[in-house]
Design a protein. Sequence first.
Length: 365
Amino acid sequence: MKKILLSTTALVAATAVSAGVAKAEMSMNGWMYQGFGAAISADKGAADDGGLHSYQNAQLNFVASTEMDSGMTMSMIYDFDADNDKGSMDEARFSLSDDWGTLQLGGDDTAADVMNVSSWGVAANPVNSGTWSAYVGATASGSVPVWASGFMATAGSLIGDAASIKYYSPDMSGFSFGVSYAPNTDGNTDDQGADTGFNNVFSAALKYSGEMDAVSITAGAGVDHAASPNVVGATTGGDDSVSKYNAGISLGMGGFGAGISYQGLDYKTSATAKVDNWTVATDLSYSVGQHSVSIAYVHGETNTGTNANDRDGDAYQLGYNMDLGSGVYWNAAVSKFKIEDNAAGNTTGTEADFTAFETGVGVSF
């Protein structure tokens, strides 16, 4: 009888809760890209297996939203990623929005990453993205994938998809800001002594979007700071903290576009040794009708204070995009990389010089 009463009570409670919740509006959006590429030339140690390789990436987002009695809008977003035929849940979060802005809880990148203004051109896969490692083989020392997978650690998020709390302001005459905090990046864990990722990740960003005469302007800057027992490359004696910075500006006039952006990542490996990673990227683009072309350049460096672990490189990219309508596009790019890698485990002065191409079809909806 007790079990029946408990079950009945639970059923009544669930029914009451469901009756008090408005029906949510469901929507779906996403994108998919399928590319093919290969190395055109490989000099100074870069391996070229002469084959054609493929790269696939896709994301499907499910969104449920409803307007509450207070007038606020509550939304739940569920992201599903597929990378080279391997699909998995990426992020899940919900948000509350009103005239005062948006409060978000759940998995997502930091506020500085979300509001970042970058300069990558029109290529489907930027020259500093990890895609190019799928098309070019490694050197004997492995230095090429280090570059092609983003080269600098500045490209990634400090928290990945860890749960965090964020606030984004409303637009105020073109200006907006965002702040976020993540307790840790270890996911769901109740073992406070077993943290292996970043802790207390604070993030803040400021952004402006507007027009001046006939010129559109988008500019922004952001900073992340985190404590970590396992800073990348850190050893015992480090200060257990890492800071990441970004800044960028993008201009547009008619069919022309131009931009420049910066990313930096600093951390200590001992009480006196500091590692500075940074990249600067710039791009020029032109669009007419369904056609867009761009050129992009990236320079990056890792400075450790000891030449044996330093790394620097340059990358150039020519990109083309054709809008086929209904969210479908065809994309092509040629990228050239020049790298000098003195990282631990590599031959001092290791150099790589290679060129690769990629073409593919994508869709967004």
